[in-house]
Design a protein around this ligand. Sequence first.
Ligand SMILES: CC(C)(COP(=O)(O)OP(=O)(O)OC[C@H]1O[C@@H](n2cnc3c(N)ncnc32)[C@H](O)[C@@H]1OP(=O)(O)O)[C@@H](O)C(=O)NCCC(=O)NCCS
Length: 161
Amino acid sequence: MGDNLVTEVSLRPTEEADLPLLLAWRHNPQVMRYFVDGGETWEEHWRWWQSKPCSFIIRYRSRPVGEVHYTLDALPEVGIYIGETALWGKGIGREAMALLLQELRASTWRHTPYEVVVASVHPDNKPSIRMFRALGFNFERVKDDGYLLFRKHLGEVEAKS
Ligand SMILES: CC(C)(COP(=O)(O)OP(=O)(O)OC[C@H]1O[C@@H](n2cnc3c(N)ncnc32)[C@H](O)[C@@H]1OP(=O)(O)O)[C@@H](O)C(=O)NCCC(=O)NCCS
């Protein structure tokens, strides 16, 4: 990854005005290929937004290209997609996820003793598996739904990938 990519990828909190763009991305079968919850309706999308998700727009060269988020349940779980599929394979996903891990650590570390973060990945989703492994996630187990569970110690979040 070149130095430029590190400065050209940034996150900002998702806003209500972003919802139509997010839904358009989520209706792209290429993007949703390895997700269980494809074909989302506007009502479902709106309910997701009303649940106040910890969601961020991924910006590349100042324009929105994808979304990354975490949910705080028994353990924090992260998820990501680059909606602009022409930009896959440039390291943007990896950089955006590294930024999210920093955000997660900064926002929860003092208040909640979360030590690990998890991610569920379809076993055929090679780009995602490579991305999470590159960020230090380790395979833990196959879940009941067949997805692979990866986990990482939050204390191991590095300054930059
Ligand atoms: C997973 C995803 C976010 C990765 O984003 P990205 O910007 O392409 O990520 P990167 O450029 O950092 O690439 C990640 C790795 O996948 C590899 N990769 C990219 N496209 C690939 C492909 N079509 N086949 C195999 N590997 C691929 C890259 O080479 C890289 O591995 P490397 O660092 O060992 O070379 C993106 O592919 C995506 O949005 N996919 C659809 C949604 C999705 O599946 N999200 C994850 C759900 S858990």
